[in-house]
Design a protein around this ligand. Structure first.
Ligand SMILES: Cc1cc2nc3c(=O)[nH]c(=O)nc-3n(C[C@H](O)[C@H](O)[C@H](O)COP(=O)(O)OP(=O)(O)OC[C@H]3O[C@@H](n4cnc5c(N)ncnc54)[C@H](O)[C@@H]3O)c2cc1C
Length: 584
């Protein structure tokens, strides 16, 4: 174990820019399928379509290769990754209802590398609540209820941990392992018990507290590239061509035999030059919820008014493209604790444990350990069709024991901090993606429209009230766990709970985001004018074009979004195999 972790770390450090044998230099004129974007969904789709199917597939990725990258594998590098060129670092439109510097100097992240956001994310792997998917079906995604989608999660997963739930998949390509335990996680569980929160198996029902599961193997990150592209790539080198630094700028259409517009190929920009490549069968957009709508709109598919305003020839008027933007908005919340053993991120012991065994605090991004999913009164406000019959959690608190300094600390009478991410899981506020220009290298305009709905603020305050309950438990008082209140919200006056709603109202406005963008090309039925794809992910009113990524979700799920994106990729490739009579 020690040997393998050391060797892997050494390799990543030594061979930074070496030649990636998986990347092709020789792009053919035509492929059966073209997949755009090698993130959570795109890598799974490309693998599925090219694995012993007799088909040829081209995977085009705008970012660079992840081969021997020194930052991607290690959780300790999470912060550095966010500042690296492997993050798109999007600007966000000035927000009307929230006060965050977003729009001034805060950026919205997204992976720009083979593996997409799975190569830079927090590695937390949660399928979500089964009710999410039943609700998707209620919202028009026929065939996407929990019973339908559960096998696709399971087939992707390879639980490498004895302690993992019986319900987790085994034998799939994505290695997942359970997070660590330390004195802090034990305290959190005791505190949860004190206030009646149950421990749950979050491969089934997530409402309660659980140790979380990471996309990690032997201490190293498992991105979609590592799991689905690199494993056994030599066997697929003829059937799957992968090109990096290739930004797809446009889809080309001709009038098909049915009279509909048929997607026939794409243009892409590589090293400043434009390349063109044709698809015999289909093009699959997996560029993520921010970029897939951009490519559709640049290609003439989107809201007619907006396309005309941009002087783009309309191929299909689909008002839902770029609409319905959803995200979990969240906030890093700092608590103080008095004893160093409960905030162990940088201790020599925890670093030694990671180097020796690939385990412990440093094997998880920001030291994430325990996660709480909690239902509030305002639950499911964004899923109104279902919220009466389906008990969605609406708040997530992701506890870490990272000792991160706090800039706004008003009192300095403690030694350590912990950090948690408090997120609203079903915000009612919706945003949109629009084109800034017709230049494909320009970022799209991203307007999340956070906090435009009062209920979202109420949900957030309920989340803080739950954290106050934690603060008041005997277990947490013993370690001096208490909220570090920011002075910017007159925090020094509110050291102890219960704090007034006004304080939290101020706190929430300086919120961040959870980077779970989705839903901007949603699945829906004929008759729903905002639907962009049908239940088989085919773009409506045209032929030869599908979307398979976070964009197709009808609404955001009740937890982190990579697991559903992996599932979407798996189900998409199964549907395409059925539609084109390919081997399973
Ligand atoms: C910083 C961060 C932390 C996160 N933490 C977690 C977490 O802990 N747990 C969790 O479950 N989820 C997390 N997420 C969210 C999760 O990673 C995403 O929901 C998921 O990866 C989305 O999958 P996707 O396939 O839709 O898009 P992505 O994985 O983002 O992949 C899209 C790919 O398309 C490429 N692309 C874009 N435009 C073009 C173009 N024009 N041409 C060619 N290629 C293009 C991109 O470079 C990218 O590689 C996090 C995300 C971020 C950014």
């Amino acid at each position: 174990m020690l040997k393998s972790t050391l060797v892997a770390l050494l390799l990543t450090l030594l061979a930074r820019k070496s030649y990636d044998p998986m990347i092709t230099n020789d792009v053919s004129e035509e492929y059966d399928f073209i997949v755009v974007g090698a993130g959570a969904s795109g890598a799974v789709v490309a693998r599925g379509l090219s694995d012993k199917t007799g088909m040829t597939v081209l995977l085009l990725e705008a970012g660079e290769s992840d081969y021997n990258n020194p930052l991607v594998p290690s959780a300790i590098k999470y912060g550095e990754l966010q500042q690296s060129p492997y993050n798109w670092n999007y600007d966000v439109a000035k927000q009307k209802y929230s006060l965050l510097e977003i729009g001034k100097n805060a950026k919205y992240p997204g992976g720009k590398i083979l593996g997409g956001s799975t190569a830079i994310n927090g590695m937390n792997y949660v399928r979500g609540s089964p009710h999410d998917y039943d609700s998707w079906e209620d919202h028009g995604a026929k065939g996407w209820n929990w019973k339908d989608v559960e096998p696709f999660f399971r087939k992707n997963e390879n639980s490498v941990d004895d302690k993992m739930s019986e319900k987790a998949g085994r034998g799939g390509l994505l290695n997942i392992s359970i997070s660590y335990e330390n004195p802090f996680t034990a305290k959190l569980k005791t505190a949860a018990k004190e206030i009646g929160i149950r421990e749950v198996d979050y491969f089934d029902e997530i409402e309660g507290i659980s140790r979380f599961v990471c996309t990690r193997y032997k201490g190293l990150r498992q991105s979609s590239s590592e799991a689905f592209l690199r494993s056994g790539y030599k066997e697929r080198q003829k059937s799957l061509h992968i090109v990096t630094n290739a930004l797809v700028s446009k889809i080309h259409f001709v009038t098909g035999t049915s009279g509909k517009q048929k997607a026939t190929g794409v243009s892409f920009i590589e090293d400043g030059k434009i390349g063109n490549v044709k698809a015999r069968k289909e093009i699959i957009l997996s560029a993520g919820a921010l970029r897939t709508p951009q490519i559709l709109m640049l290609s003439g598919i989107g809201p007619k008014n907006h396309l005309e305003e941009m002087e783009i020839e309309v191929v299909s008027d689909l008002p839902g493209v770029g609409a319905n933007f959803q995200d979990h908005f969240g906030h890093f919340v700092h608590h103080a604790i008095e004893d160093s053993q409960f905030a162990s991120h940088t201790t020599p012991e925890s670093i030694t444990e990671y180097i020796m065994n690939g385990t412990g605090h440093n094997s998880a991004a920001l030291g994430g350990s325990v996660v709480l999913h909690h239902r509030t009164k305002y639950f499911g406000t964004n899923v109104s069709l279902s919220n009466k019959k389906r008990p969605f959690p609406s708040i997530q608190a992701l506890f870490t024991s990272a000792n991160i300094p706090v800039v706004f600390e008003p009192t300095k009478n403690h030694t350590f901090h912990t950090l948690l991410l408090l997120a609203v899981l079903h915000p009612k506020s919706k945003g949109e993606i629009r084109l800034k220009s017709t230049n494909p290298t320009d970022q799209p305009i991203i307007d999340p429209n956070y906090l435009s709905e009062e209920d979202d603020i109420k949900m957030y305050i309920e989340g803080f009230r739950k954290l106050e309950e934690f603060e008041m438990t005997k277990a947490m008082k013993e370690i001096g766990f208490r909220l570090v209140t920011p002075q910017v919200c007159n925090g020094s006056l509110y050291t102890n709970p219960p704090r007034p709603d006004e304080f939290y109202r101020c706190y929430v406005k300086s919120f961040g985001y959870a980077a779970h963008a989705c839903c901007t090309a949603k699945i829906g039925q004929e008759g729903d004018e905002m639907a962009v794809v049908d239940e088989r992910l085919r773009v409506r009113h045209v032929e030869g074009l599908r979307v398979a990524d976070a964009s197709v979700m009808p609404h955001v799920t009740s937890s982190n979004t990579q697991a559903p994106c992996y599932m979407i990729g798996r189900k998409a490739s199964k549907m395409m195999k059925q539609d084109w009579n390919m081997n399973e």
